[in-house]
Design a protein around this ligand. Structure first.
Ligand code: BJW
Ligand code: ZN
Length: 239
């Protein structure tokens, strides 16, 4: 750890905490980030598939990608960063994640606000069939039992709108938070990147926690805490 880390006082000094997580919290579980060396998007091809325009024409490729990601995510488990967050009482914490890997939930976190959907939920591309939990690793593109149209992973691709109920719940928590932590995220994807602004104007102390300092620090953060989430969070969040 490159900075001295001490407990923040969650549950005592801070009682309305909002945490936003990104791919960096799952690295210690063995999952890759999106950007940077070894990231999912090292091949430009994948970055092109996770776009709204891929539906419906590139759905078979999208399913190949997400089936493989399901298989990999199911083969790993939550790490000490997920567990430290799950150990904080929901009375004091709202957990917002950009991750679709279900690891916060598998660590025991409840009511996780999934900004970018879930890789473990499937929905129809056409009809109002309720999105359903789904761990199936498909060999071929699945079709809707209701209307026969292709199904899709319930994730938010570039150019798609986020679930307005999730956004509303996140904004409600941010409007009254006293501590905001963004952990393991590059902070380049919107609207997630703008959540710190809301926390800042609510008067919260805003911390950026990452394994490396940001190249272009966002002025709405008051401090950066540099270190791996799996080492830093168990200390920061100690009661
Ligand atoms: C560690 C670590 C360790 C490593 N410990 N740390 C306003 C301005 C500009 C653009 C836009 C805007 N509003 C909308 C846009 C367009 C677009 C956007 O943001 N583009 C930017 C890239 C420029 N946004 C959208 O399209 C969003 N929709 C939307 O806004 O709708 C309205 C609208 C539509 C059209 C036009 C305008 C408005 C939707 C965004 C959906 C993002 N979806 C993805 C894929 C989800 C499914 C999947 O998983 O495949 O979500 S993209 C991808 O990036 C994924 C992630 O959740 C997201 C964020 O990535 P994250 O988590 O930050 O990962 P990395 O890899 O970037 O960073 C990891 C970090 O961890 C690094 O910093 C490491 O150092 C660190 N790390 N190990 C701690 N051990
Ligand atoms: Zn259907």
């Amino acid at each position: 750890m490159s900075t001295t880390i001490t407990p923040l006082g969650v549950g005592t000094r801070y009682r309305r905490v909002v945490v936003l997580t990104g791919a960096g919290v799952s690295v210690a579980s063995g999952l890759p980030t999106y950007r940077g060396p070894g990231g999912l998007w090292e091949t430009a091809e994948i970055a092109q598939i996770v776009q709204a325009e891929s539906i419906p024409s590139r759905l078979p490729e999208l399913w190949a990608l997400y089936s493989e990601r399901r298989r990999v995510a199911l083969s790993v488990g939550p790490n000490s960063a997920h567990i430290a967050l799950a150990n904080v009482s929901p009375e004091f914490l709202t957990l917002i994640t950009q991750n679709i890997d279900n690891l916060h939930q598998r660590a025991g976190s409840e009511n996780v606000l999934e900004l970018h959907g879930s890789g473990f939920r499937t929905r129809c591309t056409i009809c109002a069939l309720s999105p359903f939990d789904d761990e199936t690793v498909y060999d071929d593109m699945p079709h809707c039992p209701n209307c026969g149209a292709p199904l899709r992973p319930d994730v938010v691709l570039f150019g798609e709108l986020l679930d307005q109920n999730v956004i509303r719940a996140a904004k409600r928590a941010l409007s009254q938070c006293d501590l905001f932590l963004a952990i393991g995220t590059s902070g380049v994807v919107w609207p997630a990147a703008g959540l710190v602004v809301e926390a800042h104007y609510a008067g919260a102390r805003c911390l950026y926690v990452n394994v490396e300092p940001s190249e272009d620090p966002n002025p709405y953060f008051h401090e950066e805490i540099i270190g791996p989430a799996e080492e830093v969070l168990p200390v920061l969040l100690t009661a």
